[in-house]
Design a binder for this molecule. Structure first.
Ligand code: AGP
Length: 612
């Protein structure tokens, strides 16, 4: 939540900051601001609403300078407004601060600062930090010491970019529990919440760790730990291209990311299941026979879409490997005193690798000596760094707030892990493994085939765009897919939708069904398809319109059951989720397009949820 960018060098900071913020807008977009040092003073501009408003303000009131910080906000303390927007700059423009995260003890510090005569203008927790540093500085501390001392006082999760009026060539970066990277240039340096913000300028990056402070000038980057001892950090070289974070002719990032799925699923599968090996190559992930024999219990913990991908994993590991798995949303798991010990494997799933609840679940598990395997997209993210083992999915930067390609890659990762565990523990034969693997190789072209039928989903979205209640139903793995489908529609179309296990409808929810309802039924699981069909008939008999997603060749789904049928190519039942989810993504996308919502940046949401 919130995006931070900072620059120190010889070039004009404002355009670098504004361009960087554009790439970070996915993190929060209710207001934005920049503060720039012109060599004498700090000048700043802030505007409520999208970055466009700030850009307009900047065109009308240009500010100049070669040192600066910028911010795009997702409100936590105080509504979106000009005054609550960052940077927060102290009186006489001495200290300027941008912040991502939450300061938990800000009230107590604010009381003290109020007593000292500080006059608060905003409702934010961040302003407290600005004045705390300002107060330290006015009491004779150096800029660096004023920051170190303030950081000792504050509690919570944060990343800061800080500048000082009397230090026109210095930028200070602080990190604890919120992402922050430093980009190393030639005679210029950058800070940012995420790599795309600086990728136009440099590929050389330092990942700041928790409780570290970096003092940055145009030619130097000095990193210190919380005891103020210098820390050495290796440079990370970014290999992916900026195009990966651009729309490439698609109307929205979401659509582009939906279309990237064949390639991403192919790459994720081939990396771990190369054609010349008849086993899973987990590389340096330590999950061999010995480790697996030492595991009594598996948890899969995540949030949102990543959680729904985890549900597919739970289902598969239990069904195929016969190991009990508990899946939980991280915000619940972290507070329920879960049973954890050294014989527990916790699998956390996260696209961003920065989700606060998931990160905390990981930390709790580690405290209890459990093993943690993270399935992560963002390389070098906090979750990736703190887990015992990392299974990187190869989805590249996902910019649209609604996750699509990461889900498919996460589900592919679940197939890979399941196949590995099952083979290692002798739950499937080599022949069965090969059968699953060979069918997995077909998934990318089958996704491609579904994407070629995009117009069918466009037509369905236009046909049903006026419905007010949408129910997604399914059984077994189809129910898992229903949950993700429903979330997608809520997120980007703002439509009320719910997902139900099809057999549960008659225990209550069916009372809501009438002729204004749309039911999207997923019916791919052959062993229970007849039961699902009965449930679809029950809602149809009560007036609901039905779209059924099923596999080609399924004669049981006909016009008696469905108003509309969307066929996915035939595959093994266990592999159906990754295919059946694609039409749901397209349906949500085109409904949202018809309704004119802001698809890539839906209201009230942020891509990376770094607050609990
Ligand atoms: C997905 O469409 C959502 N925006 C959201 O549910 C997301 O999946 C969730 O916040 C978890 O994020 P993570 O994968 O980065 O941990």
């Amino acid at each position: 939540m919130c995006g931070i960018v900072g620059y120190v060098g010889k070039n004009q900071a404002p355009s670098i900051l504004l361009n960087g913020l554009e790439k970070l807008e996915y993190r929060g977009y209710d207001s934005a601001g920049i503060a720039v040092h012109d060599g004498v003073n700090i000048n700043f501009l802030k505007a409520k609403g999208r970055l466009e408003n700030l850009k307009k303000l900047y065109e009308e009131n240009p500010i100049t300078g070669t040192l600066g910080i910028g911010h795009t906000r997702w409100a936590t303390h105080g509504a979106p407004s000009d005054v609550n927007a960052h940077p927060h700059v102290s009186d006489d423009n001495i200290i300027g601060v941008v912040h991502n995260g939450i300061i938990e003890n800000y009230m107590e510090i604010k009381e003290e600062l109020l007593a000292k005569g500080y006059n608060f203008k905003s409702e934010t927790d961040t302003e407290t930090v600005t004045y705390l540093i300002d107060d330290n500085y006015k009491n004779g501390m150096s800029f660096e010491d004023a920051v170190f001392s303030a950081v000792d006082r504050i509690e919570g999760a944060y990343a800061f970019g800080i500048i000082c009026r009397d230090e026109p060539g210095k930028l200070i970066a602080v990190r604890k529990g919120a992402p922050l990277i430093i980009g190393k240039g030639e005679g210029e340096n950058f800070i940012a919440s995420d790599i795309p913000a600086i990728l136009h300028h440099t590929r050389e990056v330092y990942f700041l760790e928790d409780n570290e402070i970096a003092v940055i000038t145009e030619n130097t980057v000095d990193i210190y730990n919380k005891d103020r001892q210098p820390v050495h950090r290796d440079i990370f070289h970014v290999t992916w291209d900026i195009e990966a974070a651009e729309k490439n002719g698609f109307a929205h990032f979401m659509l582009k990311e939906i279309h990237e799925q064949p390639r991403i699923v192919r790459e994720t599968i081939l990396k771990r299941m190369p054609e010349d090996k008849n086993f899973v190559d987990l590389d340096d992930i330590k999950l061999g026979k010995e480790e697996l024999d030492n595991i009594d219990r598996i948890y899969i913990v995540a949030c949102g879409t990543a959680y729904y991908a985890g549900l597919v994993g739970k289902y598969l590991i239990e069904k195929i490997c016969r190991i009990p798995v508990v899946s939980d949303v991280a915000s619940e798991f972290r507070y329920k005193d879960p049973i954890l010990d050294e014989r527990t494997l916790l699998i956390v799933v996260s696209q961003s690798g920065e989700t606060a609840d998931t990160l905390e679940a990981l930390r709790i598990a580690k405290k209890h000596n459990a093993r943690v395997l993270a399935i992560v997209n963002a390389v070098g993210s906090s979750i990736a760094r703190e887990a015992d083992d990392v299974f990187y999915i190869l989805a590249g930067p996902e910019i649209a707030v609604a996750s699509t390609k990461a889900y498919s890659a996460q589900v592919a990762a679940m197939y890979i892990l399941t196949a590995h565990i099952a083979l290692t523990l002798g739950k499937i034969s080599e022949k069965e493994f090969e059968e699953i693997r060979d069918e997995m190789y077909q998934l990318p072209s089958k996704i491609e085939y579904i994407l070629q039928k995009e117009n069918e989903e466009k037509r369905l979205a236009a046909k049903y765009k006026d419905v007010h209640n949408v129910f997604y139903i399914g059984r077994g793995l189809d129910y898992m897919v229903s949950q993700e489908g429903s979330l997608k529609l809520k997120e980007i179309a703002y439509l009320h939708s719910e997902a139900y296990a099809a057999g549960e409808l008659k225990h209550g929810p069916i009372a809501m069904i009438d002729d204004n309802s749309l039911v999207i039924a997923i019916a791919t699981q052959n062993d229970i398809i007849e039961k699902t069909i009965s449930n679809i008939k029950e809602v149809r008999a009560r007036g609901a319109k039905t779209i059924v997603i099923t596999m080609e060749g399924n004669k049981m789904i006909n016009s008696e059951v469905a108003d509309d049928i969307f066929y996915i190519p035939k595959t093994l039942d266990i592999l159906a989720p990754v295919l059946a989810n694609i039409p749901n993504q397209l349906f949500a996308y085109y409904v949202a397009l018809n309704l004119g919502t802001d698809i890539d940046k839906p209201r009230n949401l942020a891509k990376s949820v770094t607050v609990e």
